[in-house]
Every structure is written in C-alpha cells, then in structure tokens.
Design a protein around this ligand. Sequence first.
Ligand SMILES: [Zn+2]
Length: 494
Amino acid sequence: MLSWSWHQRMPPQCAALPLVVKSLSGCRAVPPGRTSQDNRGERGPLSKPGERRHQPRKGVSYVGDGKDDQMAVFVVDQHHQPLMPCSEKRARLLLARRRAVVHRRVPFVIRLKDRELEQSQVQPVALKLDPGSQTTGMALARVQETPEGEVHHALHLAELAHRAEEIRQRLRKRAVYRRRRRQANLRYRAPRFLNRRRPPGWLAPSVRSRIGNVLTWATRYQRWAPLVRLDVERVKFDTQWLQDPEITGVQYQRGELAGWEVRLYVLEKFGRQCAYCGRTQTAFELDHIWPRSRGGSDRVSNLALSCHECNTTKGSQTASEFGHPQVEARARQPLKDAAAMNASRYALCEALGRLGLPMGTWSGGRTRWNRDRFGLGKTHAHDALCVGDLAGVRRGEGLTLRIEATGRGSHCRTNVDDSGFPRGCLTRHKRIRGFATGDLVRAQVPAHLKTAGVHVGRVAVQASGSFRVGKADGINAKYCKLLQRADGYGYGQR
Ligand SMILES: [Zn+2]
C-alpha cells in the first residue's frame, strides 16, 4: 500500500515568491516584469491592496536559469479551464487568501475563484509519455524555444504502474471457475471455447487496461494543464504491424508485416545469435523451423534466426530432425514484453488521437541518447522527459508522483478460501453510508473514544458502519469526511 502521508506535509519549497515587497502602507504589487517566467499565467498582484504580508520576504527571485523550475500544483480557472501550474508556496498563499479552493487532492489541483482563462497567459505545455509494459513514465514539460532547439522544463513527473499481471491472473481464475462449473454436477453449461471469433484489432485485456490507464491520465492532465501537444515514445520495433504477431499470426501471413520488421523482431527474440550454432557476428537468415517445402507457414512462431551455413545444412529438415528441438519451443514462445508493447503502443497512439492534440512519435534510441546527454538517472519519468528532439531539459527538484493502477474492486461478490469454498460475501452495495472502500477520508474521532485523534487515509467500509481508516480500525462512519473518491489509482511519491 502506498503511503498517504506525503501530501499532509509540504515538501521543501523550491523558490521564494518574490511578488510583493514591503512598503510603509502595508504592501504593494511589484511590476509584472519581476514575476517569475513560469507564473505568467498568474501575473498580477497576488494580494489585495492593504493586506498584510504573511511571511517576511526572503530568498532570491527567479532569474530564469531554470534551476528552481518545478511547479507542482495544477491550477484551473473558475470555469475549470486549465491555467499554468504554480508552485506549492503560491498555491498555499492563494488558498490562505481565499482566492482559490482545493479542486482535487492527488494530484493537487486548485481552482481560482476570480480568474478566467481569457485573463491569463498560458505557455505551451507538452505531455510526454514513455509507455512501458510494467510502468509508463509521464512528464509535463513547459516548452521553451531556444536558438539551439527546444528546452523542456519539467512541471510534473509521474510514473504509472499498470496491473497487467493482476488482470491476467484474474481472467485465468475466472476461466478455471467456469471450467469447474461445466464439469461439476451442476446445471448444464455449454462449453464456450473455440466458438468465438476475435474482431480485427483485438487486444489482450491486460494490454487494453494498459492503454486505458494511459488514456485516463492523458485526459486528466488535459483537464488540469494547458496541453498543446503530445510526445510519445515508440519502441525499437516499428509498430506498423499492429497485432501481436504470435497470437494473431494471420496478419503476417497476409503480408501486412513488412519483412524487415519481422527480421528485427526475430533478431531480438534470438538475441542476435544463430539459434543452432550460437554464432553472433554474421549475416543472419530467417529459417523456417517447419520448412516451407513441407508446408511450414510464415508465422513468426515458425521462424528462427540462423546463419547461412546452418540454414543450408538444415535443408528441408525440421529443427527437431536437425537435432535442435529446443529451438521449436523457443520460437513458439513470444517475446513477451516486446510483443505486448508492439501491440499496445500502436493502439495507444491511436487512442491518444482522441485527445485532439498534435502528436509526435519518437524512438526509444533517441530517448536513451537524450537521457545520457543530459545526465539524468534511469527512471521511467526521466525517460518520458527525454522523449523527443531536444536541446536540453530541466528536471527541477520536485518529487515524482507514483501512480498505481489498483482497479475499482472486483465484480465477484463471494470470497473463497484456498480450497475454493465460499468464505464470506461482500455486500451487494459497494457504498456504505456514502463511503466506498478505497475513498480517501479524514476521520476526526473525539477524545473519549479508543481511536481518538485525526486519521487520514483510505477507508475500508463495512456494512455495520464501522470503518477502517488507514491503519485505525473501528471508526464510525459519522466521524469520517470524504476528501477524494476512489478513482482506481493509488498514489505515493518518490
Ligand atoms: Zn549457425
């Protein structure tokens, strides 16, 4: 479980807020030129005339060297239109002065009550994505044009952990339940396998969930930040061949896959080694494991990487007859992550098209080169920041938001024990006294009770109305206050 504690205390502040200076009659606004470049969307006097400053002026003003660039808080205007993100300190002042309200807790979004998009200046912000099979890196960057090229200033970094494995396991479990129901002495259920056709463009549920996750977050960021474009990393393999070649091999047989993409794939799968003799530095050929002369197909799972000598010697033998049965097994095994990524990245780009933003697609090689050049450590968020044709990046000092796809609970209402016998049922209704398991709540329990104090965390509900909040058990629903509804994601910070 990810920790919730981070958003209660504020991380160290990056930049002071050099907006107002002291004068004899309280305070006055500094001319707009002194305002930080990043806050141009928020230019103008922050405090009302005559209002006292909350804090003494200290720290240095932003000089545009990009060092203290991290803007952590999203800002929307009174009509929920996105403005430029602001610093945490500024957000705190805006909230303290009642000029803004909390729009959302995690990620933190504030809504200005007296500001419209038309009155504000926004700068171009790019959403940059590095889709991965386990984790997707996401970065929001302010785009600065320089003579050398674009410099991207990180406004927000996040890593999105997918739940592909969990989905795979749950579906496998469901299949087992169904099989048992057919075989046990229960009412008759016709077997439902081998009688379905997969529609064109079908993707595995785990892949679909991954695309859904990224699309959800891209849509959210579009609501909270003035996005003008997307930069997405494509994999080492060209994604022209969309479908997972090993599962729906027809695509390849129909010639939709250009030969060199298959070559790249097979090269990767066999680790750039001859499958038979293990030679590395040579011109490779594609060998049909079950020879074409004997009716072998062009499916990727029938192809092995071979040097010219082995391929010639093998002739019209199968790999087993040639004395290498292990090659057959290996060829049948899909290159798991890469196969999934090829399928999902193409579909992802298509899905992201729905956002209506211009999209640049880039190669993983360029990302790695950028990251090396700019001296950033290897994390998914850094990879995302380094996607694209760049002259430089400013990472800032902000932490990376760690987002974990958790799902919204299970459809199944009966819990079972290890032997598969029912053990307890979940309620038919998910929401108890206005709360559902996973909601973020704040519970203030009076002093005379055992669980006295303030608890903030995710709630686990019970039909009795006695909830668990964070680690404290037995808190009555009447002491709980909703902070944010469960949205299928858990949050932490790094
Ligand atoms: Zn060989």
